[in-house]
Design a protein around this ligand. Structure first.
Ligand SMILES: Nc1ncnc2c1ncn2[C@@H]1O[C@H](COP(=O)(O)OP(=O)(O)O)[C@@H](O)[C@H]1O
Ligand SMILES: [Mg+2]
Length: 175
C-alpha cells in the first residue's frame, strides 16, 4: 500500500494551539505525521527537548497517526531516514512566507523527492507564536486558549523557578 508520511519539524518551545491546529489538519491529509523537534537549536530554549517531547506527547494523545521524534542535523537527512515524502510547515501570515519559501527551496535542492506542504491555521491562531506566548506569560498576561492547559502549568513552574533564582541572585548582591 502507498502510504504518505509527513514530517512536521520545529522548535515547539512550547507547543501552542496553533501547532496543534496544524497537526490536526496534517493528520487528516497524511497517513502519518511525525512531529520532529529540532535538537541543536541555536535559540536559547525555555524548555528542554525532553520537556518538549513530554508536552507534545500529551498534546497528540487523541491522534492515532501522529508520533513525536527529535532530530539534529539536516531535516532532509531525517526525512530520508524516516522514509517521509513530505515536510509540513505552517504559514500564519505573509511574514512567515519569505523564510519558509527559502527553506523549502533549499530543502528541494538538497532532496528533490521531498515536497514541502504549507498549511494555514485557523484564523484565531494566526497571531500565536511560542515566542509571544512566553513573553506575554512572563510579563503576567493570560495565554489561556492559546496553549493547552498542561503547558500553562509547566510555564507557571518554569517562570516561578526563574523568578526564584532572580530573587536569590538579587538578595545575595543586595543583602
Ligand atoms: N500559530 C501557528 N499556527 C500555524 N503554524 C504555526 C504556528 N506557530 C508556529 N507555526 C509553524 O510551525 C512550524 C514550527 O514552528 P516553531 O515551533 O516556531 O519552530 P521553528 O523554530 O522552525 O520556527 C513552523 O512552520 C511555523 O510556521
Ligand atoms: Mg518559529
Amino acid at each position: 500500500m502507498n502510504t504518505v508520511k509527513a514530517i512536521y519539524p520545529g522548535s515547539f518551545d512550547p507547543v501552542t494551539n496553533g501547532h496543534l491546529d496544524l497537526i490536526a489538519r496534517g493528520a487528516k491529509i497524511f497517513d502519518h505525521v511525525v512531529v520532529a523537534i529540532l535538537k541543536n537549536a541555536t535559540k536559547n530554549p525555555l524548555f528542554t527537548v525532553e520537556e518538549r517531547v513530554e508536552m507534545l506527547t500529551e498534546a497528540v494523545t487523541g491522534f492515532d497517526n501522529v508520533s513525536i521524534a527529535t532530530f539534529d542535523g539536516l531535516l532532509v537527512d531525517f526525512a530520508r531516514q524516516q522514509q517521509a515524502q513530505a515536510v509540513l510547515r505552517g504559514i500564519r501570515a505573509i511574514s512567515d512566507y519569505e523564510y519558509e519559501l527559502q527553506m523549502a527551496h533549499m530543502n528541494r535542492r538538497l532532496a528533490r523527492e521531498l515536497e514541502t506542504i504549507f498549511l494555514m491555521p485557523d484564523a484565531r491562531y494566526s497571531f500565536v507564536s511560542s515566542r509571544l506566548v512566553k513573553e506575554v506569560f512572563e510579563l503576567g498576561g493570560s495565554v489561556e486558549g492559546l496553549v493547552p492547559p498542561f503547558v500553562i502549568r509547566r510555564l507557571k513552574v518554569r517562570v516561578a523557578d526563574h523568578n526564584g533564582s532572580h530573587e536569590a541572585a538579587s538578595s545575595t548582591s543586595n543583602p
